[in-house]
Design a protein around this ligand. Sequence first.
Ligand code: 5AD
Ligand code: SF4
Length: 419
Amino acid sequence: MNENDTERMLAFLKDHRYRPTDTPDRADLILINTCSIRDKAEQKVYSTAGRYKRLKRNNPELVIGISGCVAQQKGGELLKRMPYVDIVVGTHNIHRLTELLKRVREEKTQVVSTELYGSIESGEFPTPEVDGVKAYVSCMRGCDNYCTYCIVPYVRGREVSRPHRDVIEDIRRLADRGIKEVTLLGQNVNSYCGDVSFPELLRMVCRVDGIERVRFLTSHPKDISEELIYLFGEEEKLARSMHLPIQAGSDRVLERMKRRYTVKEYLKKVSLFRRLYRDVSISTDMIVGFPGETEEDFRETMEVVRTVGFDSIFSFKYSPRPGTEAATYTDQLPEDVKQRRLEELQATQREITIRRNRLLVGRRMKVLVEGESKLDRTELTGRTTCNRIVNFPGDKGLTGSMVDVTIRVAYANSLRGEL
Ligand code: 5AD
Ligand code: SF4
């Protein structure tokens, strides 16, 4: 989501003749796009901004801005803490960026723009500025679920969907620029309620000429419909991977998180996927150390981890977020308990991931070539439909094409193969 916001900002700025640079000392504008999902991400904002402050000494014209969820949450407060910041721009005001920049430059003033809106304004979602073969395209924003640990509904506002025509138009433009893979983005894509249903939207995206692979992020387990599950069997371009955050393996914890599904219901959906599609990879998000999580609850989580055998897990220690319900719970757990549970979960998952990767050795898989491998220029890198990174020797002229690769070696985070 944040990356996509950055790409949208780049699109607006490009229209005003800004170009990206890798060297901060040469920049006329530095925008720090921020995340507030956990406290650690938030703290990074202050240290990052502090590093850029000194650049103003050499270049008094330098404009420093803070965008994204921390900007949304803290607004003008950020200017008190960091008086050298010129712009604070929230999650619904990205399209105002160039207008804000003009005000800063002409009126020599600091500006804050953090209003949240109930609808999407025209022009708010320009076609993202990306290179390479993959792009993210937002189809909705916001979230109405209010899971008790989560700050997203407060910083990204209510759920609003983009009309399907706008989404398809963006994807056509990206396909014209050579993009082969799109990921439809939304905090909760299955709640997409534009003028067509989410499965219908996916079907239309799969029909766009030039697009070879379609993914989507993120799905809420309670909203995954059978129609969507069966769509994977009908649309070949729909990648065989599913990110389905479970968050915890104990019904008691899930209830306190207000996730609105039970472990049993979750497992039923996953097993339907696995039964129908041999190659599908299932990844998830997991929070350990949620308030009141007992050793028994955690054991249940570990049990689910082993039962499902996720292809990968993004796991986090619970971090209390200001304004959320769970932050007010009185049974918060100590840091050392959270840390121990996280380490145990990650160690177990590491083994499961390698084991699942090994199952692919000897198989021939379709890989979308993304370009040269960063580690070894003689190698290419790409991804399988089940979202594994594969490195293999090959000519970089193959970038952007779908090739057959036989998998030879499995590592923890990638595979090696040959054309
Ligand atoms: N603490 C820890 N992890 C969190 N997430 C969301 N809120 C919190 C929090 N307060 C995790 C969830 C979510 C992912 C994007 O971040 O697992 O799926
Ligand atoms: Fe946060 Fe996702 Fe729950 Fe929405 S559905 S409140 S974004 S965890």
